[in-house]
Design a protein around this ligand. Structure first.
Ligand code: NDP
Length: 451
């Protein structure tokens, strides 16, 4: 079979990228998805193609790699590796979360940092893209151990970040507790109280609604997608994966909008609750996950519902699906199961949770599909609002922040429609998000000349 000019361009581009970044599979996957959807646009808008903007955008500005030594409760010295990937600051200071998880590698952080550039651009706020983290497993660690790890990490990281340079936030394994320990150490080392991290506690510069923002934002995006099809969330059955920050507040907002959420999961398995995770059960689940750091299997035991050990939730019948746990958690087989059960729309809460095959099967079947870089941008958007509040030394009310969040999610949806409407009457949200996110960053890079 002969390949089209677009395919030839993508393959040549990817060959170079893989050669320059050997073994970085997640990074290759994220770039390929963007290259495939951007290439027709680049070939039509030669100024970007001729300036080699895509190649320049796939090379991070810099990567800092460092050792983090800390002492556990038994007095043993432990060593981890940490990274900060400062990807692109063309439209604002680097901005993106820190992830603490044993499977963190440079490849994972480069894929996340690359996606973050597009996501931050879509919010229309002045934020560049970055990401960081450590191959540290917070599970089973005491509070004191977490504190010592965060403090040790910040002894190096503080040199590379700043309110006008790079502003980290949370991600998997990094919530309010870790941000607080890191901020406390930064403040001590630098003797400055500035908005250098977001996701802070409310009494020291945090923003209302930051905790809820990513999960709520995903649901606001779904609301906009369904409205564009003359549909609504009320009355729909939803399947959610994960039970962390994004998943819990995605479930909460779905309940507010009158949907029935029948699943939640963690790395151990899935609970299937056909009656729905209503407000009372969600309060119990939050207590389990946020306060006690327990396992999802305990929900099944407590409420007497089915527990599917080691399995994701995608075979459960639903109208709407929200993958909110981690990358590549929804594959081709899972997508076929969702399609077979009549799923109508999928909005990604996590970053790159649907793999290439999964996306292919969903879109082939006409399922409305929106990628994480558009749908989960609510978290970083409210982080951007936290930075604004810190700079102005004011605090907006929850209603004010929520109103702005809803406006931002609507504007991201509008950009996806603008750049992703292929004239067939359907919106390609992948193209819309990639092109919409690309243009602003690319225009800034072109304006700076060859730098
Ligand atoms: P949390 O650490 O709060 O929760 C992660 C959830 O995913 C947990 O339920 C965890 O289960 C589950 N999980 C993690 N790894 C796996 C795995 N390999 N297989 C199955 N389940 C797994 O993270 P967040 O909710 O903050 O983040 C979730 C996703 O959303 C990530 O992709 C993140 O990058 C993305 N995101 C987060 C934002 C935020 O504001 N927090 C913003 C934008 C995107 P367990 O506890 O068993 O590990």
């Amino acid at each position: 079979m002969t390949s089209s000019p677009v395919e030839k361009e993508v393959n040549a581009f990817m060959k170079g990228l893989v050669r320059r970044n050997p073994g970085e599979e997640e990074f290759h996957q994220a770039v390929r998805e963007v290259a495939e959807s951007l290439m027709p646009f680049l070939l039509e808008h030669r100024q970007y193609y001729d300036a080699n903007i895509l190649e320049r955008m796939t090379e991070p500005d810099r990567v800092v790699i460092f050792r983090v030594c800390w002492e556990d409760d038994q007095g043993c010295i432990r060593t981890n590796r940490a990274w900060r990937v400062q990807f692109n600051n063309s439209i604002g200071p680097y901005k993106g979360g820190m992830r603490f998880h044993p499977n963190v590698t440079l490849s994972v952080l480069k894929f996340l940092g690359f996606e973050q550039c597009f996501k931050n651009s879509l919010t229309q706020l002045p934020m560049g893209g970055g990401k960081g983290g450590a191959n540290f497993n917070p599970k089973g660690k005491s509070d004191r151990e977490i504190m010592r790890f965060c403090q040790s990490l910040m002894i190096e990281l503080h040199r590379h970040i700043g309110e006008d340079t790079d502003v980290p936030a949370g991600d998997i394994g990094v919530g309010a507790r870790e941000i607080s320990y890191m901020f406390g150490q930064y403040k001590r080392l630098e003797n400055r109280f500035v908005g250098v991290l977001t996701g802070k506690g409310l009494s020291f510069g945090g923003s209302l609604v930051r905790t809820e923002a990513t999960g709520y934002g995903v649901v606001y995006f779904m609301q906009n997608m369904l409205a564009a099809r003359g549909e609504q969330i009320a009355g729909k059955t939803a399947v959610v994966s994960g039970s962390g920050n994004v998943a819990l507040y995605c479930i909460e907002k779905l309940n507010h909008f009158g949907a029935k959420v029948v699943s939640a999961s963690d790395s151990g398995g899935t609970v299937y609750d056909p009656g729905g995770i209503d407000t009372d059960k969600l309060a119990w689940l939050k207590q389990l996950k946020e306060a006690r750091r327990g396992r999802i299997s305990e929900y099944a035991e407590h409420f007497g519902v089915e527990y599917r050990e080691g399995r994701p939730p995608w075979s459960i019948p639903c109208d709407l699906a929200f993958p909110c746990a981690t990358q590549n958690e929804l594959n081709g087989e899972d997508a076929l199961a969702l399609v077979g059960n009549g799923v109508m729309a999928v909005a990604e809460g996590a970053n790159m949770p649907t793999d290439r095959d999964g996306i292919h099967h969903l879109t082939e079947a006409g399922v409305t599909f929106a990628p994480g870089k558009a749908t989960n941008a609510g978290g970083v958007a409210v982080s951007g609002l936290e930075q604004s509040q810190n700079a102005l030394r004011i605090a907006w009310s929850a209603d004010e922040v929520d109103r702005r969040l809803q406006e931002i999610m609507k504007s991201i949806h509008d950009q996806c429609v603008r750049f992703g409407d292929d004239g067939s009457g359907r919106v390609n949200y992948i193209d819309g998000a990639n092109i919409g996110g690309f243009v602003k960053v690319a225009d800034a890079m072109m304006a700076y000349g060859v730098v």
